[in-house]
Ligand binder design. Structure first.
Ligand SMILES: Cc1ncc(COP(=O)(O)O)c(C=O)c1O
Length: 392
């Protein structure tokens, strides 16, 4: 690989992450529920104005916890976007519940409230709706929340893997649902290798969430001195994040203003150089509706069609630039078909998935690296001769 290659994701140490990890090891509490977990949980709970935030081994595990919290089972259905990561859907299938794939709206690529309304009206067995804040940009989440509130049997979960610190006006993403989930996987804005969180927005859920997190036991009540022994109480698993990873994460979150500003800078520079030529080369930039503050998670473009997208990806890769596509529609995947409650049509997902391209994006990306990415992209689009050129 050429040393001028531009990687997609470059995890960076922003502050005292490694010192905190050493402190966690020296302190002797390296399992879950340690002092760094407490620091991160408190910060996340305060940011969301939530009664509690539980650190988990992944966003996937946090989503699985919501399935357990809702006691989903055979006969139940869960609405998920087709345009999302596998585990937004997979997390619900182990319970025996089945999936209804919903399409996305064209602008923000988040759940389409119109199709959601139809699904809720025609499937009385829906118990849960999962809304993904794609790229950390809020879609029509307030409408989705109002719609779900009309069906008391249905719970809203926000899969906020991309959107920590994103806002709609003054409201924090992750505060609309009864639960929301976060990811600290190495590809996300704030990382600890693998990690996640379950934001619990309803006080009534806090006690049971801790039991589920802690292998089905009431160990937390015991450590708080509320019981004189701890024992098996409920379902659950070993969902808690190691305090060594929480220590790393704490170092990242201490730098949250810096990281967000760096990422915003990368986003704005791409937007400033591509917006003036977007019509000429036929690309669409990320749409940020009025009043939304993104979490600056990624920079995604829609190209005119699938073959121009593939042509541009190829040109970028040949130039050592690691651009990439994104989600393959879940309603068409083997797993999606296997676990679906009913077949679905998701034409926007099909269309967007074929045309979407993500540019390299990381905290320390320099202006000159971005110029090179944009130069290669524009050259490839301006010299592209159409689908026959791509195949011929
Ligand atoms: C929307 C979405 N949900 C869930 C996940 C899963 O996150 P994790 O790797 O922390 O389990 C991802 C990961 O990319 C994601 O993009």
């Amino acid at each position: 690989m050429s040393d001028r290659s531009i990687r997609f994701n470059v995890p960076t140490v922003e502050g005292r992450e490694l010192e905190h990890v050493a402190a966690a090891v020296r302190g002797g509490h390296t399992a879950s529920s340690g002092p760094f977990t407490e620091l991160v949980s408190t910060l996340l709970a305060e940011h969301h104005g939530a009664p509690d935030a539980l650190l988990t081994t992944s966003c996937t595990d946090a989503l699985e916890m919501t399935a357990l919290m809702l006691d989903l089972g055979p006969g139940d259905a869960v609405v998920v976007p087709s345009f999302t990561f596998v585990t937004s859907a997979l997390a619900y299938t182990r319970t025996g519940a089945r999936l209804l794939f919903c399409d996305i709206e064209r602008d923000t690529l988040a759940l389409d409230p119109v199709q959601l309304e139809r699904l809720l009206a025609t499937h009385p067995n829906v118990r849960c709706v999962v809304h993904v804040h794609y790229a950390g940009i809020a879609g029509r989440i307030a409408e989705v929340a109002d719609l779900v509130a009309r069906y008391p049997r249905v719970t809203l979960v926000e899969d906020n893997a991309h959107g920590l610190f994103g806002m709609v006006g003054e409201r924090t993403l992750g505060t609309y649902g009864r639960f929301s989930t976060l990811s600290f996987h190495e590809t996300k804005n704030f990382i600890c290798g693998e990690g996640g969180a379950l934001i619990v927005n309803d006080e009534a859920d806090v006690g049971r969430a801790h039991v589920l997190l802690d292998k089905g036991t009431d160990r937390r009540a015991f450590s708080l001195g509320l019981t004189d022994k701890y024992t098996w109480r409920d379902t659950g698993s070993s969902f808690g994040l190691s305090d060594m990873l929480a220590a790393y994460l704490w170092g990242q979150l201490e730098q949250r203003e810096t990281i967000l500003a760096q990422r915003r800078g990368v986003f704005d520079r791409y937007a400033a150089s591509l917006a003036p030529v977007a019509d000429e080369v036929g690309i669409r930039l990320p749409v940020v509706p009025e009043g939304r503050t993104p979490a600056w998670h990624m920079f995604h473009l829609l190209l005119p069609d699938a073959s121009s997208r593939d042509h541009a990806l190829d040109a970028l890769r040949r130039a050592g630039v690691h651009a990439t596509f994104h989600y393959v529609p879940l309603h068409r995947s083997d797993g999606g078909r296997r676990f679906a409650a009913a077949p679905s049509e998701c034409p926007v997902t099909d269309d967007v998935s074929a045309r979407l391209l993500r540019l390299p994006f990381h905290n320390r990306m320099s202006a000159s690296e971005q110029e090179r990415v944009v130069g290669v992209l524009l050259d490839s689009l301006r010299t592209y001769g159409g689908a026959s050129a791509a195949t011929g």
